[in-house]
Design a binder for this molecule. Structure first.
Ligand code: HEC
Ligand code: HEC
Length: 153
């Protein structure tokens, strides 16, 4: 009983905490173009400023790919990400290289996802947000807009 009461309380206390993460209005075109071509242009609030700085400093060896961006655009993207970065304490350690999907916050939010689903060929990786969040491109992470690939028959 106590547990149910607590979750109800939390549900009320944290209304739709982070299920809407649209790209901010001042998102530079370069961000979507340069950082949205291989994967989703991730919401900047899901990593802390220091993590974005580390990530931007290592773009020439970005998870096995070369994602280098030229100077002016790189600076524009970096300052945009810093401006809208999330709170380091709330997000937790993102690892090195930093990943949204390794932050404590991400792991907590996804603790109901069965481990084997992350490796399902239709998901491929936790970085592939759109495999489950159909509205991710519009910043919609609501639980009402999630499709989990059904178990293979
Ligand atoms: C050439 C393709 C490519 C480009 C361009 C690219 N990325 Fe990536 N990115 C990747 C790959 C590959 C991964 C690893 C995906 C995986 O693990 O499934 C990745 C992962 C990431 C992750 C970690 C995702 C997670 O697991 O939480 C972040 C954050 C990220 N990229 C940000 C950026 C930013 C910012 C830019 C623009 C400056 C960018 N990427 C441009 C290919 C790219
Ligand atoms: C394998 C499917 C899957 C993948 C891939 C996935 N998620 Fe999720 N996500 C879920 C599920 C399931 C929940 C929990 C929904 C709930 O209980 O409200 C969730 C919850 C969330 C929430 C919390 C929403 C809220 O109401 O507070 C956010 C934010 C989120 N995911 C972002 C992401 C991002 C960003 C990525 C990619 C880096 C991602 N997810 C990848 C399945 C997935």
């Amino acid at each position: 009983m106590k547990r149910i009461a607590l979750s109800l309380l939390l549900g009320v206390a944290l209304p739709a905490l982070a299920d809407r993460l649209p790209l901010p209005a001042d998102t530079p075109a370069s961000y979507s173009a340069e950082c949205g071509s291989c994967h989703l242009a991730y919401p900047p609030a899901l990593l802390a400023a220091g993590d974005w700085q580390r990530l931007m400093a290592g773009l020439n060896d970005h998870f096995g790919t070369d994602a280098a961006v030229d100077g002016k655009k790189g600076a524009e993207i970096k300052s945009f990400l810093e401006r809208h970065a999330g709170n380091a304490t709330k997000l937790g350690n993102a690892g090195n290289p930093p990943r949204i999907s390794t932050t404590a916050r991400f792991i907590r939010k996804h603790d109901e996802v069965p481990a084997k689903l992350w490796r399902d060929p239709r998901v491929k990786s936790a970085a592939n947000c759109e495999a489950c969040h159909r509205g991710a491109a519009n910043g919609n992470y609501s639980e009402h807009d999630i499709v989990l690939p059904s178990p293979k028959r």
